[in-house]
Structures are given as structure tokens and as C-alpha cells.
Design a protein around this ligand. Structure first.
Ligand SMILES: NC(=O)c1ccc[n+]([C@@H]2O[C@H](COP(=O)([O-])OP(=O)(O)OC[C@H]3O[C@@H](n4cnc5c(N)ncnc54)[C@H](OP(=O)(O)O)[C@@H]3O)[C@@H](O)[C@H]2O)c1
Length: 280
């Protein structure tokens, strides 16, 4: 059966792969972003109902994170708009180990919509499409929490799980915790990327306080620094989040993608061999 599906964040790390997966299944897909038509903007609630109108289902990716102030109200408003637009089902991308995100999950679960919650651990793609890319290009990665063992998950796996959740009713009412197949420290991650690219990249352990000072010195905005600090502290600082689950395998019937495979695939794109633009 063909459904009309709004993919919020449909040009982002998981969203664009969800769009690809749904297109392969011949679904009618609408991207929801600040650059889509119709526009969907989390910062402008007036755009929500219009983007949801005519849709049967919605993939919800909140930006920048369900833990930030205002996210809970936004998720409440969005689910209300979805019901008004007669949307039947929502799949929410959530962050594993974030208490604030769990409050947003409850809003979706109690909304009256059919739903699936997909709780993800940190993405592999943070090292190639996000804030860890620049230090890798610079050959020097200073990060806190050196002892945290993180079950990084690949966004391709998340997207495949989301596509199944959107298309198969058997997943209604379920919460999936998606992780990769093993835990890794930052030092192990950087070694693996150095090996896969043949580049010299060194890893330096710093304290969270030092890391915050580095972000301030780099001129990053205060709310961004707050969020990164929160994610390091809450998610990586909690041993409950340092476990591997088999939910990817349960849903997809195959093992989760290993970090080594992600490194090999990403290295072939050349993204880790770019030169950093001169800042002076
Ligand atoms: N990164 C991780 O490791 C991780 C782990 C677990 C959970 N998550 C969750 O994943 C979600 C996405 O995080 P991400 O960092 O990976 O981002 P992302 O999905 O790559 O986000 C970028 C997408 O969001 C859209 N976007 C940005 N601002 C928007 C706005 N104001 N209104 C509407 N769309 C907007 C962008 O499109 P336009 O620029 O065109 O608007 C783009 O499609 C967050 O909720 C986060 O909690 C992330």
C-alpha cells in the first residue's frame, strides 16, 4: 500500500536515508525542512499543519536535540497538529539515555497516534558529517570522556529500522534501542579512522572543563556548548548507555553495521582527505 509520508529533517543524517528507503518502496515522500516546499520549520509552528496536511505518516526528527528547552512543547504542538491533519502514525527519533528525550517520547506515545520510538546511541556519522569532522581533518582530535565505551550506531541502520517502523504495523507501540555491534572509546575510534585512511591522526584526552573552554575559545554559541556538554555528561557519563543491544538485528534480520565497515565506506568518499579551509 502506498502512503503519504512526511520526513522531517529529510535532508539530514538519518532523514535523507529514510527518504531513499521510502522511495525504493515506492511511497509518496514529502521532505520537511526549512528549505522544502511546503516549508517545515521547528522554530515556526505556523508551518507545521500545512506540512502535515495530506500525510498519513510522519518521521519526526527534532533539531537540534530533544533535550533542549522548548523541545517538549514543540513535540506536543506537532503531535496535536498531526492529529488535526488526520495523520495516523508517527515514528520518533530519540536519543538513548536522555531523560528529556524520554519525556518527548511519552508525548508521542500518549498522543493517540500509532507510533514507534527509535532511540539511537551516538551516530558513526558524527565523525564524517558533523562536529567531529574538522578535528579529524586537522589530524588532532581532543575529546573528553576517554573511558566511555560508546556503542556508536550507523545512520544507515537507523534509517532502515525507521523505514520498517513506518511501513509495517507490527512495530506499532514498540521502542527500539538501536546501537552498533560493539562499544568503542574515542581513542579506538580515532585509531580505526587513521588506519582506514592511512593518515596520521592523534587523539588527546581532555577534561570536560578543558573541552568547554576549547569550544568557548572557538567562538561557539553558548546554547551549542550547553548541549554538547549535556550530551557528554548525560549520555556518555552513564554506564547504562555503554551497552550493545540487538534491536537492529531483531528488526532487520541482519547484524548491525560495524564501525570498521563504516570507516571503509566513508574513506572511499574522500571526505577525510579534504584539506581544511584556511581560517585566517
Ligand atoms: N547525532 C547523534 O549522534 C544523535 C544520536 C541520537 C539521536 N540524535 C537525534 O537526531 C536528531 C537530529 O540530529 P542531527 O544532529 O543528526 O541532525 P540532522 O538529522 O543531520 O539534522 C539536519 C536536518 O534538520 C533540518 N533542520 C535543521 N534545523 C531545522 C529547523 N529549525 N526546522 C526544520 N528542520 C530543520 C535540516 O534541514 P534544513 O537545514 O534544510 O532545515 C536537515 O534536514 C536530534 O533530535 C538528535 O537528538 C542524534
Amino acid at each position: 500500500m502506498v502512503s503519504n509520508i512526511l520526513v522531517i529533517g529529510g535532508t539530514g543524517k538519518t532523514g535523507r536515508k529514510v527518504v531513499e528507503g521510502l522511495n525504493q518502496q515506492h511511497q509518496n515522500v514529502r521532505i520537511g525542512s526549512r528549505n522544502s516546499n511546503p516549508i517545515f520549520d521547528w522554530d515556526n509552528p505556523e508551518t507545521w499543519l500545512n506540512a502535515l496536511t495530506g500525510m498519513d505518516k510522519v518521521y519526526i526528527v527534532y533539531y537540534p536535540d530533544l533535550a533542549v528547552p522548548g523541545a517538549l512543547e514543540a513535540i506536543k504542538g506537532l503531535t496535536e497538529a498531526a492529529k488535526k491533519a488526520s495523520v495516523k502514525k508517527a515514528v520518533l527519533l530519540s536519543g538513548k539515555g536522555e531523560k528529556e528525550a524520554e519525556r518527548c517520547e511519552q508525548v508521542v506515545a500518549n498522543s493517540g497516534l500509532d507510533y514507534t520510538l527509535v532511540r539511537a546511541s551516538w551516530f558513526n556519522q558524527n565523525f564524517s558529517e558533523s562536529f567531529f569532522l574538522d578535528p579529524i581533518l586537522a589530524g588532532h582530535v581532543a575529546l573528553p570522556m576517554p573511558n566511555a565505551k560508546i556503542p556508536f550506531v550507523d545512520t544507515s541502520d537507523i534509517a532502515e529500522v525507521v523505514v520498517k517502523a513506518l511501513l509495517e504495523d507490527v512495530h506499532n507501540g514498540k521502542t527500539f534501542e538501536v546501537t552498533g555491534p560493539r562499544t568503542m572509546t574515542f581513542e579506538e575510534v580515532i585509531k580505526e579512522i587513521a588506519l582506514g585512511t592511512g593518515r596520521n591522526i592523534n587523539y588527546q584526552a581532555v577534561s570536560l572543563v578543558e573541552y568547554n573552554s576549547m569550544m568557548q575559545a572557538a567562538g561557539l554559541p553558548a546554547d551549542y556548548i550547553w548541549l554538547i556538554d549535556y550530551l557528554f555528561r548525560e549520555v556518555l557519563g552513564n554506564e547504562d548507555n555503554q551497552v550493545v543491544t540487538n534491536d537492529v538485528e531483531k528488526v532487520l534480520g541482519r547484524k548491525a553495521t560495524d564501525f570498521k565497515e563504516y570507516v571503509q565506506k566513508t574513506a572511499r568518499t574522500g571526505i577525510w582527505n579534504q584539506t581544511l579551509p584556511q581560517t585566517i
